[in-house]
Design a binder for this molecule. Structure first.
Ligand SMILES: C[S@@+](CC[C@H](N)C(=O)[O-])C[C@H]1O[C@@H](n2cnc3c(N)ncnc32)[C@H](O)[C@@H]1O
Length: 295
């Protein structure tokens, strides 16, 4: 297996910008709304002092909690939800109590890659999006002509995805929105003999399935990758594996994926995912990735 070091930089998105970062905080623009959120990795100096940043809302993290916290509205007229768009895919952004905005903007680099690969393949393709959450990857693949199976343990998130499908004018595309445990679903697909041309997986460090099944990244990923490889057609197009907040290197991710993909040839790009800061040449790291492709 060939391995290449890559930086997965999500740039070129009009509706999103990282405006400034530093002193443990970041200032971002999501469509019409500017927000300030903590980011422990941003321990460099901000371009402008944080107290001078202009925003519509500010997220206060809850002590001892990596995700949860509360939003403070700095602009009393800030809407609860507002429209955003990526490449014709439309969805409603929102301030969630889990500090995110209903979109993982750093994944735009993979949406563009998936679309490019699907269009280049020039054949009908079936894509499985595991841990699909907001559904934006599923919509990007459907927009590029793929038939998509979207899976997440949260039925509520599937509802957001379906709404975005309608907003984006993609109701005529085949997306199956499934609420299930990822491990169980993959095992079931193996038994049913269903196969996919491309698979995307963005598992959390820790999660729960629909029936309270536990997901632990380091313990469960090897088994899931075995299952994922067995669901691929003879000549698959791509596999994208991303990870947040794990004590692992992208090299570990890439080699775990590489073992399973040996029989298919191709190559693996591996590296960090990051957001470029507008106006400066700085980058905000977000996550790690291993991406297999056939060509
Ligand atoms: C890191 S988020 C994925 C974000 C996604 N890449 C996106 O852009 O929207 C992880 C998702 O995994 C889901 N999840 C957690 N445990 C799961 C399990 N056992 N089976 C299926 N989904 C699970 C959560 O509901 C959550 O939506």
């Amino acid at each position: 297996m060939k391995y290449e070091q890559t930086l997965f930089l999500a740039d070129n998105w009009e509706d999103y910008a990282l405006l400034d970062s530093g002193d443990g905080m970041k200032l971002e623009r999501f469509g019409s709304q500017n927000v300030i959120r903590p980011d422990p990795q941003a321990f460099w100096r901000p371009n402008q002092p944080v107290r001078s940043w202009k925003a519509d809302a500010w997220f206060d993290a809850k002590a001892g909690d990596d995700e949860r916290g509360e939003w403070r509205r700095l602009n009393p007229r800030a809407p609860d939800t507002w429209p955003m768009e990526w490449n014709g895919i439309r969805f409603e952004a929102r301030r969630t109590p889990f500090r995110h905005m209903g979109v993982f903007q750093e994944h735009a680099v993979h949406w563009a890659f998936a679309q490019e690969q699907l269009k280049k393949a020039g054949r009908p393709a079936k894509v499985l999006n595991l841990f699909g959450y907001t559904g934006l990857m599923s919509l990007a693949c459907a927009q590029a002509g793929a038939e998509v199976v979207h899976l997440d343990a949260s039925p509520k998130s599937n509802g957001f995805g379906k709404d975005a499908q309608s907003l984006s004018g993609l109701d005529d595309r085949t997306i199956r929105w499934i609420a299930d445990d990822a491990m169980k679903f993959v095992a079931r697909e193996q038994r049913r003999g269903n196969q996919y041309d491309a698979i995307i997986l963005d598992p959390p460090k820790f999660g729960r399935g629909t029936k309270n099944e536990t997901w632990r990244f380091e313990e469960d990923l090897p088994g899931l990758l075995d299952g994922v490889a067995s669901l691929l057609v003879k000549k698959p197009l791509f596999v994208i594996l991303t990870a947040y907040a794990v004590r692992l290197s992208h090299i570990a991710l890439a080699q775990a994926l590489g073992d399973r993909m040996k029989a298919f040839g191709g190559r693996i790009e591996m590296g960090e995912m990051a957001l470029p800061e507008e106006k400066t040449r700085r980058m905000l790291p977000t996550s790690i990735c291993a991406r297999w492709r056939a060509d």
